[in-house]
Design a protein around this ligand. Structure first.
Ligand SMILES: NC(=O)CC[C@H](N)C(=O)O
Length: 304
């Protein structure tokens, strides 16, 4: 077993004083308050060990990382039916891009861009009686942590300025690809994105995808084939128009969020989360991507 502690400590040390750290998201006003110098890394190994450095226990806004968790619950409910409403192709476009949605008759390219995640949110609004509560319970269960919660200020902040997402939802509705009211679906979507978790909680939640659908408590939440498909979607679509670059540099299925978090995993081996709020031009954590590139290069532990 390699010395993960030394490796991540060295990476953290090398990158923490980088002068170029990227820019914190400001289109959600509450996120612009984040300190660009925060930086944490956490690894949950499947042999039970874990490794941590820096701000790995500081809660952050997981934003689009939540799209994988909502997707897994929608797949558990509806299995293959969801692919009638959302595709599985990389979009090659930014996460909030709209024109492709119109060209392609209201079928989003994949569930990890905003329009696709809004369709998934609609599925959960139909399946759950109390979507916000029951989704939170699901996330707490797979992460084995009852302390996880929504940050209501972030949810309200995104709602106030979420014009682009409302446009996506209205476009979906106009194409008949949204069954619930736009307001109901968007209220749920803004809350799911406003889940606040630490690097260690995110790594524990994503263990289910590295472990063939069984969570840290060994409970089966999705089938092994469903976990395999979710990993394929993360690999091809998890970083929007930087998904190719992430596969090229890091070589793991993963997902980013505009709160600056990134989670990535090597099936049957480990889950790694980084958090550094400064983003690059594509909306992915600048330091987080560099840290993960260095980690898989130094350990030679990627899927390729
Ligand atoms: N890339 C992201 O993390 C985007 C999520 C954000 N809540 C949005 O919908 O715009």
């Amino acid at each position: 077993m390699q010395d993960f502690n030394t490796i991540i400590n060295n990476i953290h040390n090398n990158l923490k004083d980088n002068v170029v750290k990227g820019v914190v998201a400001s289109y959600i006003p509450e996120l612009s308050k984040q300190d660009v110098n925060q930086f944490g890394i956490f690894i949950q190994h499947m042999n039970g060990e874990n490794f941590s450095v820096g701000d790995a226990e500081v809660p952050f806004s997981i934003q689009s990382i939540s799209k994988v968790l909502s997707l897994s619950k929608a797949i558990a409910f509806e299995n293959n039916d969801i692919w009638k409403r959302v595709d599985v192709e990389p979009s090659g476009n930014p996460f909030n891009h709209l024109s492709l949605l119109e060209l392609e008759n209201g079928i989003p390219r994949n569930p990890l861009i905003n329009a696709g995640a809004i369709v998934i949110a609609d599925i959960l609004c139909s399946q759950f009686k109390n979507p916000k509560q029951e989704f939170l319970q699901y996330v707490r269960a797979i992460a084995n942590d009852q302390s996880i919660d929504y940050n209501l200020k972030v949810a309200a902040s995104e709602k106030e300025t979420g014009f682009n997402n409302l446009a996506a939802a209205n476009l979906l509705k106009s194409f008949g690809n949204l069954n619930n009211d736009v307001d109901v679906v968007m209220d749920f979507y803004f809350h799911q994105c406003a889940l606040e978790m630490t690097c260690s909680q995110v790594a524990k939640a994503f263990y289910v995808f590295a472990n063939k659908g069984r969570c840290v408590n060994n409970k089966q939440h999705i089938s092994s084939s469903q976990a395999k498909r979710i990993n394929a979607i993360m690999l091809t679509c998890g970083f929007y128009d930087e998904s190719g670059e992430f596969a090229f540099e890091v070589g793991l299925p993963g997902k980013s969020g505009v709160g600056g978090g990134i989670v990535a995993l090597l099936p049957n081996q480990y889950v790694i989360t980084t958090w550094a709020p400064g983003l690059n031009a594509k909306g992915n954590s600048l330091i987080g991507m560099q840290a993960l590139e260095q980690f898989t290069t130094q350990t030679n532990l990627s899927i390729f």
